[in-house]
Design a protein around this ligand. Structure first.
Ligand SMILES: C[S@@+](CC[C@H](N)C(=O)[O-])C[C@H]1O[C@@H](n2cnc3c(N)ncnc32)[C@H](O)[C@@H]1O
Length: 223
């Protein structure tokens, strides 16, 4: 699984993870979690409508996404015409409350982030870390820790009977998430819900994904 894998998924419209409504756990938790309007970093953002939900609550969104097609579709669907400009290694697309950086998340650096987004102290991860193979997950955590020191994050993870399927999405339950974020000041499980993913119902279905016991977990992480 390399960057081309994701570019191809968008090109071939194989984006079953995309929901046509806000994620139910974000719906339930966002007001309590992200109290004041603030900048929220959304790694591996795709064209998620969770960004729209957060923006409607008054937040400013900073996304990072590899696929220009995903970003183009996001702005088109939101009926916004973005301004584009080069920002370090990234192409920044900006309109309304959204700034999406086109490029590789793993090229983010502490200097770049502090220089451009120093007021950002929180992040939202849905289907980001669980989209990555094991070989990249620790690196993902290192990048978040490096660019967002002291920040607070809401992570929505997914776990299932992993013998039944290989990812993405990868199965990351309570123990795996806590181990991954073991250097954090605080990590706490907020809630777990049975997921409709894999049952062929609702939004964000993955056509070839039919595992058993799918649950989604929300965590609070404080760095
Ligand atoms: C499973 S999707 C989830 C998208 C979004 N978070 C959502 O909930 O709909 C993972 C996204 O990460 C993007 N992606 C994968 N690797 C990336 C990287 N290294 N840098 C930036 N984006 C990446 C993919 O193009 C894809 O849109």
């Amino acid at each position: 699984m390399d960057n081309q894998f994701w570019i191809d998924r968008w090109q071939n419209k194989e984006t079953g993870w995309h929901r046509d409504n806000v994620h139910p756990l974000l719906f339930k938790l966002s007001e309590e979690f992200f109290e004041q309007p603030q900048q929220i970093f959304v790694p591996l953002c795709g064209k998620s409508l969770d960004m729209v939900w957060l923006a409607e609550k008054g937040h400013e969104i900073i996304g990072v996404e590899l696929s220009p097609l995903a970003i183009e579709e996001f702005f088109e669907e939101q009926k916004l015409v973005p301004k584009k400009n080069q920002l370090g290694d990234f192409l920044s697309w900006q309109a309304g409350s959204y700034q999406i950086l086109e490029g590789d998340f793993f090229n983010l650096t502490a200097d770049f982030f502090a220089g451009n987004f120093k007021s950002c102290h929180c992040w939202y991860d849905r289907a980001a870390v669980i989209a990555l193979p094991e070989s990249l997950r620790n690196k993902y955590v290192e990048v978040i820790q490096m660019i967002l020191p002291g920040a607070r994050g809401l992570l929505i993870s997914l776990s299932y009977d992993s013998a039944s399927r290989q990812g993405p999405p990868f199965s990351l339950g309570d123990n795996e998430i806590k181990a991954l974020w073991s250097a954090a000041r605080k990590i706490s499980a907020i809630c777990t819900v049975a997921s409709e993913i894999g049952k062929g119902k609702g939004s964000g279905q993955l056509p070839a994904f039919k595992p058993t016991n799918v649950t989604e977990h929300a965590f609070e992480i404080c760095l």
